[in-house]
Design a protein around this ligand. Structure first.
Ligand code: GTP
Ligand code: MG
Length: 130
């Protein structure tokens, strides 16, 4: 069955949005199969976002993700990877539709509260690192 890695980023944890984020995925009908509170070390953050290495925002992104605890989750269900990305919304919260997590709960790309895997392969890979 398809699975995806969802991570509540440090700002989402600090702002008390973990319950609401979990609730959206539960209500949609997906199944939570793993969860942990985790302080992401720098090397793992760099590995997680390796596709963005060299971009001007990369150092900021690593500083953000390692700035406090994150909540790491595995979710499974039919079409969960693409569906979770829709529930999360566009990368820039100002472009994210109302009704999405980022559309409703965030304003800055650099503080966009939650991550979702972009392919089933990356879902399995990212879950395997945690
Ligand atoms: P993730 O689920 O976190 O992977 O987000 P995404 O798939 O919607 O976006 P992408 O993988 O392209 O970028 C990863 C993360 O890098 C984003 O979620 C942002 O937190 C950050 N990011 C991307 N572009 C920018 C940018 O232009 N400026 C800043 N400050 N951060 C950015
Ligand atoms: Mg991404």
């Amino acid at each position: 069955v398809e699975e995806t890695y969802i991570m509540v980023k440090p700002d989402g944890v600090q702002r008390g949005l973990v319950g609401e984020i979990i609730s959206r995925f539960e209500k949609k009908g997906f199944k939570l199969t793993g969860l942990k509170l985790f302080q992401c070390p720098k090397d793992l953050a760099e590995e997680h976002y390796k596709d963005h290495k060299g971009k001007p925002f990369f150092p900021k992104l690593i500083g953000y993700i390692t700035s406090g605890p994150v909540v790491c989750m595995a979710w499974e269900g039919i079409g969960v990877v693409a569906s979770a990305r829709k529930l999360i919304g566009a990368t820039n919260p100002l472009n994210a539709e109302p009704g999405t997590l980022r559309g409703d709960l965030a304003v800055q790309t650099g503080r966009n509260i939650v991550h979702g895997s972009d392919s089933p392969e990356n879902g399995k890979r990212e879950i395997g690192k945690i």
